[in-house]
Design a protein around this ligand. Structure first.
Ligand code: UGA
Length: 421
């Protein structure tokens, strides 16, 4: 199959490389020539384990261009993978989706052969059948489903394990309402042996949001129960081990701690809240999920102040800056509100992260950055923010450690408090 990928951010880069690995020829399109130069030489524009190798291995099937017209004319299917940032009110900003739809539509006006447009970016339900379809039809002067195909195919990739998630998915969701678009996506995924759900386009879009919102709900629930268990002297991890053994519940995403970050959960829950409110529904559960998540990192500070009531001039070590291990991504990382609060309280912050220092430095240029995790231990107290493997082997003996992620080694010989344990 000949596939074009619009947008070479996280989703586009991973999706395109994986489609190439499946034997398709893939044209990457982006407005940023630097990203395309990287792709052309088999290097990934984003950090994701294994992606450089996958791009390098499939270079003969990969090309890259800033010219959307050329990419669409030369391919049969286009995946829209552009970003959907948040507006200040939590709703998603569709300007890149609209621009991509407009650009595709203008090319489709001249294109005679059948072309299928697939929405891969995460968009609130109704976006594809609304603004995308409308923009494509107006720009192309053609009719969706009759003159060109339109479908939704959400991704369920986790940063750090995205390639495994693409090649061994729990399910593939195909939102397709015309037989040709459905056939294109079924053919593309024919080698996958997993449940494939074919549904209406708005259902596919909603499945993506509800999956992320439910996982975020599990985390905030585990954190609320964790806060209670800590006060009761009960081990919250053991509680959730027992709860998760119920096959109806499942143990995943029940790790209590300082909450969820990343480019997806916070943004998607907020967008669902905004959509619900717009529809006149009061999303009480989703609002609480976000409220618990915002409070949780501050608990770490409260616990620290129990040991050091006045943080002014105190050297506080921060271990971990990325929103989770194995990524350099700091978007919505819990380290951001924690470091801000430490600075506000007058603390002297020294931080370390195996990958995310460069990104964090752009937000916090004035804190100190250590060249090793061990260096961070030379401080008045240490906060554990991200559970990087390397932090499990440090010697925390004699230190004050406040743990947001449950690193068992940190409790040995130290003055130790876990956020929920
Ligand atoms: C998430 C989803 O897991 C993917 O399925 C989805 O495709 C993706 O968002 C997306 O929408 O594109 P990701 O953001 O990479 O993937 O990260 P997760 O591994 O889900 O972790 C999210 C956050 O939850 C992290 O900050 C992590 O530390 C936190 N978390 C996770 C917990 O606090 N407790 C848990 O038990 C699990």
């Amino acid at each position: 199959m000949k596939i074009s990928i619009l947008g070479t951010g996280y989703v586009g880069a991973v999706t395109g490389a994986c489609f190439a690995e499946l034997g398709n020829s893939v044209v990457f399109v982006d407005i940023d020539p630097a990203k395309l130069d990287l792709i052309r030489t088999g290097r990934s524009p984003i950090f994701e384990p294994g992606l450089d190798e996958l791009l390098g291995k499939n270079l003969k099937r990969i090309s890259a261009t800033t010219d959307t017209g050329e990419a669409i004319r030369e391919t049969d299917v286009t995946f829209i993978c552009v970003g959907t940032p948040s507006n200040p009110d939590g709703s998603i900003d569709l300007q890149y989706i609209e621009a991509a739809s407009q650009a595709i539509g203008e090319v489709l006006r001249q294109k005679e052969s059948w072309h299928t447009v697939v929405m891969k970016s995460t968009v609130v339900s109704g976006t594809t059948a609304g603004i995308v379809q409308r923009t494509l039809e107006e720009a192309s002067e053609k009719v969706a489903f009759r003159d060109f195909g339109l479908a939704s195919n959400p991704e369920f990739l986790r940063e750090g394990s995205a390639l495994a998630d693409v090649f061994s998915p729990d399910r593939i969701v195909i939102g397709a309402e015309d037989p040709r678009s459905r056939e294109v996506l079924e053919r593309l995924y024919s080698s996958f042996d997993c449940p494939k759900l074919v549904c209406a386009i708005p259902v596919a879009e909603m499945i993506k949001y509800v999956s992320n919102a439910f996982l975020a709900t599990k985390i905030s629930f585990a954190n609320e129960i964790g806060n209670l268990c800590k006060l009761m002297g009960i081990d919250t991890a053991e509680v959730f081990e027992g709860v998760g053994l119920d096959a109806r519940i499942n143990p995943a995403f029940f790790r209590s701690g300082i909450g969820f970050g990343g480019s997806c959960f916070p943004k998607d829950v907020r967008a669902l809240i905004a959509q619900a409110e717009e529809m006149g529904v009061l999303p009480k559960i989703l609002q609480s999920v976000m409220a618990v998540n915002e409070d949780q990192p501050m608990r770490l500070l409260d616990l620290l102040k129990k040991h050091i009531p006045d943080l002014r001039g105190k050297r506080i070590g921060v271990l971990g800056l990325s929103f989770k291990p194995d990524t350099d991504d700091i978007r919505e990382s819990r380290a951001i509100p924690i470091v801000s609060a430490l600075l506000e309280a007058g603390a002297d912050v020294i931080a370390y992260d195996p990958l995310a220092i460069a990104n964090f430095r752009s937000l916090f240029p004035d804190i100190s950055y250590a060249s090793s995790a061990a260096e961070v231990l030379q401080s008045d107290a240490v906060l554990l923010i991200t559970e990087w493997k390397g932090f499990e082997v440090l010697d925390y003996a004699g230190k004050i450690v406040i743990d947001g992620r449950r690193v068992p080694k940190a409790a040995i010989g130290s003055i130790y408090e876990g956020v929920c344990w």
